[in-house]
Design a protein around this ligand. Structure first.
Ligand code: KG4
Ligand code: ZN
Length: 338
């Protein structure tokens, strides 16, 4: 079956077409219209501006995705219904509902986080279970145990800022552009990670209640205190701080993921979400997980960031076929695990 995916949960307007079954899934087209220019002056996503941009972009992005795929007849519409920014989610959900009604197609709602997770399955449809998925994006940091498709257990999550959000906030402190992740990663390559001693929050928590939880706001504050001591931030200072900060985040993410993999006898580890595009995180996590003789997966960087192929892929691998537009709604706080 051919599935049309629609994603507007944050600041990317994305439409994709995929073809496949629950066994494998092939991308026919994937178009993403970024709103970085709209939000960069504010140093973060402004929900109402995002919704307006989605409203303007969704039709042309849809047309482009259809055109690139050769205008196939799709049999299902899969749309992100949460979690995310309500003004943004409503644009995609409304567009998808109208399309489903007009074209008389079935429609299903997809959890954005499940989309990130299934981005890993597009290239590797036979990932062995139980698997662990570290979702690290602008809005989420979660460690999820996957025992089956649709069967998830939340092992831990951030108690405050998400990993990507911390990259964005620290970039702002260093006078760097939005989004912070790509630019910090670039500057870190020019710096020395051992110049600043920064905390590794919650690294040694042993209580079963929260051993896999994260906390990044203290790390951000530690950077703030250091930065405040400087009159002017030299390029060298910024490079060294970017490298030291990035390493602190990576150390925590790898340590917690490896510990959880050990505890739950995991066969495969996946990473997903915008921060999973970070080349140092990918390299070091792969090394650690392979050392433990566990399979490791990460989507291509373009499918780590928000896209609609992952939304259609989630519908594909979950074998979704039926759904009524009346039931589709948007939920900013939609959970992957109840
Ligand atoms: O998954 P995503 O595209 O959107 C959300 O669902 O939030 O993630 C966006 C986040 C931003 O915070 C951005 O700074 C971060 O991912 N990011 C990165 C990198 N590329 C994007 N963080 C670290 N290193 C990167 N290379
Ligand atoms: Zn996302």
């Amino acid at each position: 079956m051919i599935i049309l995916g629609i994603e507007t949960s944050c600041d990317d307007t994305a439409v994709a077409l995929v073809s496949g079954s629950e066994k494998k899934c092939r991308i026919l087209s994937s178009v993403v219209s970024s709103q970085i220019k709209v939000h960069a002056p504010y140093g973060g996503v402004v929900p109402n501006l995002a919704a307006r941009a989605h409203l303007k972009n969704i039709r042309p992005v849809f047309e482009q995705a259809l055109e690139k795929a050769g205008r196939p007849d799709f049999g299902l519409i899969a749309v992100t219904v949460g979690p995310g920014l309500i003004p943004s989610l409503l644009v995609g959900a409304n567009f998808a509902k109208a399309l489903a009604y007009a074209a008389k197609k079935p429609i299903v709602g997809i959890n954005h986080l499940e989309g990130h997770l299934f981005a890993n399955w597009i290239k590797n449809p036979k990932i062995k279970l139980p698997a662990l998925c570290l979702i690290v994006s602008g809005g989420h940091t979660q460690l999820i145990l996957m025992t089956g498709r649709g069967q998830y257990q939340l092992l831990g999550e951030t108690r405050d800022d998400a990993a990507g959000e911390t990259f964005d906030k620290v970039a702002k402190l260093l006078g760097l552009d939005y989004p912070g992740g790509p630019v910090i990663s670039k500057r870190a390559k020019l710096g020395d990670k051992s110049v600043f001693e920064l905390p590794r929050p919650m690294l040694s928590v042993r209580s079963p209640d929260n051993e896999f939880d994260f906390s990044f706001s203290g790390l951000k504050t530690a950077v703030l205190y250091q930065v405040k001591k400087e009159k002017k931030l030299s390029p060298k200072y910024v490079n060294n701080m970017a490298a030291s900060f990035q390493q602190a985040v990576i150390d925590v993410l790898i340590h917690k993921t490896a510990e959880a993999a050990r505890k739950y006898n995991i066969k495969s580890v996946m990473i997903a979400g915008g921060v999973a595009a970070n080349s140092k995180l990918r390299r070091e996590m792969k090394e650690k997980i392979k050392e433990m003789k566990i399979d490791f997966y990460a989507p291509e960087p373009e499918f780590c960031a928000d896209n609609a192929a992952m939304i259609a892929a989630a519908a594909c691998f979950r074998n979704k076929k039926e759904g009524n537009w009346i039931k589709i709604n948007a939920n900013a706080n939609l959970k992957l695990v109840d």
